[in-house]
Design a protein around this ligand. Structure first.
Ligand code: CTP
Ligand code: CA
Length: 228
């Protein structure tokens, strides 16, 4: 950190990071989930704290110890994650949405365990979850608190990664979108990551394959440059 010159550049700032992956309950024992480990979000929280920020980490189903000096709010579902993020951003300077939020949830959660009967199983009906990142962008556009000054998201893409990322950045109304290419043993559950960071008003920033902390530090550099 001394070498990077980043040192304590986030002192006096409150940043919110979401991490992990939401679980959407089907019944008391089953859920729809995803493969997010939370490693990238935790790396973001640790590096922000190391750079002096007050950090609120909204963690969805992460099997990792709480980072030192970070306020951790544990959630399970997308609706809970939304509530926790909106509460935390009320006095925050920036949010980085690294969590994998389920796009859909079962329309109804069975209070009893669904039993295997002789009949064929019924379908699980899904409804859309709120898009938390898009909501933050919309709140900011409309001046409808709570929203932070700087809003960043993550996206994992396949196929035309850059085109998909650009379209998503525009759709979400965020400042920065960290786009991972899925595959090549990167992203999910691995200590390394590689990405390109897109923004509406600057050239893409390529982050070469390396530790998730290194990627996190570049994300905070870009966030810090946008703080008022
Ligand atoms: N996100 C969110 N709320 C959701 C879904 C996603 O806040 N309901 C956030 C994620 O935390 C991430 C960003 O939006 O920062 C992009 O997530 P992604 O799943 O790539 O975007 P989607 O708009 O859901 O598009 P896709 O159809 O590709 O899944
Ligand atoms: Ca999605």
């Amino acid at each position: 950190r001394v070498l990077s010159g980043r040192s304590l550049d986030l002192t006096g700032r409150h940043v919110v990071v979401s991490a992990g992956g939401t679980r959407e309950a089907i019944d008391p024992v089953r859920f729809i989930g995803n493969r997010s480990s939370g490693l990238q979000g935790y790396a973001l929280a640790r590096t922000a704290a190391a750079r002096g920020a007050r950090v609120t980490l909204v963690a969805a189903n992460v099997a990792l110890p709480d980072p030192a000096g970070v306020a951790v709010v544990r959630v399970e579902s997308a609706l809970q994650l939304r509530d926790a993020v909106l509460e935390a951003v009320a006095d925050a300077d920036a949010v980085v949405m690294a969590a994998a939020v389920a796009d859909f949830r079962p329309a109804a959660r069975s209070d009893s365990k669904i039993k295997k009967t002789s009949a064929e199983p019924g379908a699980v009906h899904l409804v859309k979850n709120p898009d938390i990142l898009a909501e933050l962008g919309e709140r900011r556009r409309e001046g409808a608190a709570p929203y932070p000054a700087v809003i960043a998201g993550f996206a994992a893409e396949t196929d035309d990664v850059l085109a998909n990322g650009r379209a998503k950045l525009a759709r979400k109304g965020c400042d920065l979108l960290v786009v991972n290419q899925v595959g090549e043993n990167l992203a999910f559950g691995t200590p390394d990551n590689a990405a390109v960071v897109l923004s509406a008003d600057a050239e893409p920033v390529e982050i070469p394959r390396g530790p998730k902390e290194a990627l996190a530090d570049v994300v905070w550099d870009l966030v810090a440059a946008r703080l008022p």
